[in-house]
Design a protein around this ligand. Structure first.
Ligand SMILES: [Fe+2]
Length: 136
């Protein structure tokens, strides 16, 4: 594990801890188990093909996460009244942008077409997972 990878993992663990403070266990989705499996698979599959595939996948996930945070930030800004949550989401989004840029630099450019196609699948699948989570 590289120092950057370890820092990334620690930051994500901190995000999870801080977000869980806002979301009581009773309000959490029953889909967390399947999501964890999907997340593990999304990391394990590219690992079979090397570090460039892993970093490209991380950049794709973080690109989606940035959009996802921005949608929530836009919503809170429209609704108002949740300043502490808004600050938390902005901080998490800034961290994820750093992760995206770091991973994209490690992946290098240009990415092979198969990795670009995989990244489209990852981004689309992540967005689909959010749609499903909002409906169940
Ligand atoms: Fe991240």
């Amino acid at each position: 594990m590289t120092p950057g990878t370890q820092r990334h993992g620690e930051t994500e663990a901190e995000h999870l801890r801080r977000v869980e403070e806002w979301l009581p266990a009773s309000r959490r989705s029953w889909l967390l188990g399947p999501w964890r499996l999907a997340g593990w698979t999304t990391g394990a599959l590219p690992a079979l093909f090397g570090s460039r595939a892993v970093y490209g996948t991380i950049a794709a996930v973080e690109t989606f996460v940035d959009t996802h945070y921005q949608q929530q930030i836009d919503h809170l800004e429209r609704e108002g009244g949740q300043d502490r949550l808004l600050a938390l989401l902005r901080q998490c989004q800034a961290d994820e942008l750093h992760h995206r840029d770091e991973a994209a630099a490690m992946a290098g450019q240009p990415l092979p077409w198969v990795l670009r196609a995989w990244c489209v699948v990852v981004g689309t699948g992540s967005a689909a997972a959010v749609v499903v989570a909002r409906r169940v």
